[in-house]
Design a protein around this ligand. Structure first.
Ligand code: GLU
Length: 357
């Protein structure tokens, strides 16, 4: 009897404590961390091994390394790959995009964070811009210093990324890239420096905003078509049926031989990383014109890193049968052309993609 009279207050107390604690946990955003590797998961190794190795730590290690994140989100992790992003490839992209779409479809996930090497982060982010089918936040994050370095930047970058992925203000903007307290649209950003922490910049439209220890300040919107408004999808894509598109880098004295070789190999598209306003030598332009006449989609971009390559300025695109790459750098133009060619081979339609995306 005595024991029973004591049981009620203990149960009530437990319930009261639970209810007092529960709402704050329930209100936390539920974020899925999809890990792909990169320096953020890298460790310094012996000098003989050349400095450090990307993709050493697992997603669980990354989450455990920043315990403060449990105050701002309920986290789950999944290892999609564990590679240096210099070896990023179509297979991982298709797998990653499928996992992002699946995660975001779930009512139990409010946003996704993708840990990634910085070398090709802008390409993965742009690919996802075109094929993710959700307006929930997708945030790519990496670091310039490995986890074991002095003043490693990974932990604060990851904290910011998780905070941003759980922030309703990040919805509907397309994939975002967060490093060095800066938010950038994946479509705009590019890696500009080999080693500095402020390596990412958005030279055409500027940065999306700033982070201050988890707090986001947005400066601009993303006006181009992406995610829920994109007409592209991975639904029927495989590594084998993605059209082959290559980039040709332009420089003084470039000949047409490389372009001829690519055409002979059966490429479906060529992106010119042109000098200046998407320009090249007479020999290269003649080879590209010949390629276009044989049905290869030719897109002119610039190797300068900024600006718009518009139609018919110094090069007569109408006459030569070319597509102007507009605001996209060559590496992103390759992705749009590849996806575009899964839809159409019509030059006008392909040009429309470069205006709208
Ligand atoms: N090559 C590495 C990578 O992209 C280094 C760049 C980084 O992660 O910062 O994975």
């Amino acid at each position: 009897m005595k024991a029973q009279t004591h049981r009620i207050p203990i149960v009530s107390l437990t319930l009261a404590v639970f209810l007092a604690a529960a709402p704050s946990t329930w209100a936390l955003p539920r974020i899925k961390v999809l890990a792909t590797g990169g320096t953020i998961a890298g460790a310094q190794v012996t000098q003989a091994d050349a400095g450090y190795k990307s993709g050493t730590f697992s997603v669980e290690d990354l989450i455990k390394a920043v315990p403060q994140m449990t105050n701002i989100a309920v986290l789950t992790g999944e290892q999609v790959a564990n590679i240096g992003s210099q070896t990023m490839n179509h297979e991982v992209w298709l797998k990653l995009a499928a996992r992002v779409n699946e995660a975001l479809k779930s009512p139990d996930v409010d946003g996704v964070v993708i840990t990634h090497g910085t070398d090709t982060m802008e390409e993965t982010g742009y690919f996802l811009s075109l094929v993710v089918k959700s307006d929930k936040p997708v945030v790519l994050v990496g670091s310039m210093r490995p986890a074991t370095a002095i003043s490693a930047d990974g932990p604060i970058n990851l904290y910011n990324a998780v905070a941003l992925a759980g922030n309703p203000e990040a919805k509907g903007r397309g994939p975002l890239v967060v490093l060095n307290d800066t938010i950038q649209y994946a479509r705009e950003t590019q890696k500009m420096h080999t080693t500095r922490m402020d390596t990412f910049a958005s030279p055409n439209r500027g940065i999306a905003g700033m982070m201050n220890t988890g707090k986001a300040f947005f400066y601009s919107t993303n006006p181009v078509r992406h995610t829920t408004k994109s007409e592209f999808s991975i639904a029927d894509l495989t590594v084998a049926n993605l059209p082959r598109v290559e980039v040709v880098y332009s420089y003084a004295n470039l000949g047409g031989e490389l372009i001829d070789t690519l055409v002979a190999q059966g490429v479906k598209g060529i992106v010119l990383a042109g000098v200046g306003d998407g320009n090249s030598t007479d020999a290269a332009l003649a080879a590209l014109e010949k390629a276009a006449k044989q049905g290869v989609a030719v897109v002119r971009c610039s190797r300068t890193g900024a600006g718009v390559v518009d139609r018919n300025v110094e090069v007569n695109d109408d006459k030569l049968g070319f597509i102007a790459g507009m605001e996209l750098n060559p590496q992103k133009a390759r992705i749009l052309l590849m996806l575009g060619l899964t839809r159409t081979q019509d030059i006008k339609q392909l040009q429309r993609f470069f205006v709208e995306y």
